[in-house]
Each structure stands twice: as C-alpha cells, then as structure tokens.
Design a binder for this molecule. Structure first.
Ligand code: CA2
Length: 144
C-alpha cells in the first residue's frame, strides 16, 4: 500500500504561528507520526507540502500508477480550487480529504469544500490525529 500525503498552502507554518487554532505540532512532527503508524501497518508514505496550486495539481496527476491512495489536506484551496477537484476526478486515485481543525465550527467560507464530492471521505477536526486516522482509512479504502 503506497500512500501519498499532500499538504497545501501555509501548512509549512504549523507550530510556528496561530498555535491556538492549529496547535504546536510542526508538519515535520506530523510526518514522523504518520510514518510511525504506516510502518506498523506496513504502508509506504510519501509526504509533501506545497504553497502552489499547480504543483499540487501536478502531484495528483503523477500519482496514477504510483500510489494506491492520496490523502489531501488542501488547506485554503479546499474552499476555492476547481483545478484540484478536476485533477482528483481525472486521475481516479482514491482521495481522502483531511483537516486539522473542524472547518464547520469556523468561518462560513470554510464550510464549503469544492473537493469533497470527488473524495471518498473526509476526516476533520482531530488535529494531528486526523493524519494518523487517515493512514488507517487509506488502508481500508476499498472496504465498504
Ligand atoms: O484545518 C485544516 O487543516 C485546514 O485545512 C487548514 C487551512 C485552512 O485554510 C482550512 O480551512 C482548514 C489553513 C492552513 C494554514 O496553516 C497555518 C498554520 C500556522 C499558521 C498559519 C496558518
């Protein structure tokens, strides 16, 4: 099982800014936790972050044939990006949408996810644990 974790804009700032919203854990620490759980479950992880919408689109396109599942925290692009939605729909690699915060308990503009209809599910609001839960969801993605 090969899982591609993609992280969108500003997630590289985790642990450095707005700890009251996003906690004190850095993205590197999240990556380490994800890899620890994946090792237990015998999954391979590729973990990336980009501030650029086009780079995220390219990574989604390139995932075909290389990864079994994509786990995507598209950050603010969740709420704006038709390009990401089209890429997910086009490649046909099962994609799980995740968020650290409970977007439904925040500003109204965060309640709408453009990518949700083309993802197989969402894991939202569990902080760092959203990422760990996503490893488990990815492994069981074909189990109904
Ligand atoms: O809760 C999440 O995981 C989000 O995807 C985080 C995005 C936000 O736009 C989404 O609505 C929900 C923001 C990521 C920015 O992360 C920062 C981290 C530290 C300081 C500033 C921003």
């Amino acid at each position: 099982m090969r899982i591609l974790f993609l992280n969108g804009p500003n997630l590289n700032l985790l642990g450095q800014r707005e700890p009251e919203v996003y906690g004190r854990t850095t993205l590197a620490e999240i990556e380490a936790k994800v890899k620890e759980r994946a090792k237990q479950l015998k999954a391979d992880i590729d973990f990336r972050q980009s501030n650029l919408e086009g780079e995220l689109v390219a990574w989604i396109q390139q995932a075909k044939g290389k990864f079994d599942v994509i786990v995507l925290n598209a950050a603010a692009y969740t709420h704006t990006s038709i390009a990401l939605r089209d890429a997910i729909a086009a490649v046909g690699v099962p994609t799980i949408e995740i968020h650290l915060s409970n977007v439904h308990a925040r500003e109204e503009f965060r309640h709408k996810s453009i990518i949700a209809p083309v993802c197989c599910g969402q894991i939202i609001g569990f902080g760092l644990n959203s990422y760990v839960l996503a490893v488990e969801a990815a492994i069981n993605v074909n189990v109904v």
